[in-house]
Design a protein around this ligand. Structure first.
Ligand SMILES: [Fe+2]
Ligand SMILES: [Fe+2]
Length: 133
């Protein structure tokens, strides 16, 4: 269970709301893995997560573009890399999933992405607001 706390708040309402939904879907995936790690149900839970990751990263990138975020290209590449990993995982022929493997993928996304890359955008917006004040 991964709990969303203020720790993960980027400071942009719409993005924080979407990140919370991502956490809900990741937790559903973790629950599924605990119940039954065989291919089909976990692939379904992965797809359920993937759909929302796609929605979220598109909106986040549009929002960044609107605010002329200078590190958008680098950020886009990180999103694309994560989507690719999820897609590959779903497509792999296999009998079952390892909890560790999926946990580390999600932890990597949360620890390295939301808490660093998305947060960097939050800081950028704060600075912009201060400059315009
Ligand atoms: Fe992001
Ligand atoms: Fe994000």
């Amino acid at each position: 269970m991964i709990k969303w706390t203020q720790h993960f708040a980027v400071g942009v309402d719409i993005l924080d709301r979407q990140h919370r939904e991502l956490f809900r879907r990741m937790n559903r995936l973790a629950e599924q893995l605990d119940m039954d790690a065989s291919k089909a149900p976990v692939a379904d839970a992965l797809r359920f997560l993937l759909v929302y990751v796609e929605v979220h990263v598109n909106e986040e990138e549009q929002f960044m573009k609107l605010h002329k975020y200078p590190r958008l290209e680098q950020h886009r590449r990180a999103h694309a890399g994560f989507l690719r990993r999820l897609e590959q995982l779903i497509a792999e022929p296999r009998e079952s999933y390892s909890r560790e493997e999926i946990r580390s993928l999600l932890a990597d996304w949360i620890a390295n992405h939301i808490r660093r890359a998305d947060m960097d955008f939050g800081h950028y917006l704060e600075t912009q607001a201060l400059l315009q004040a």
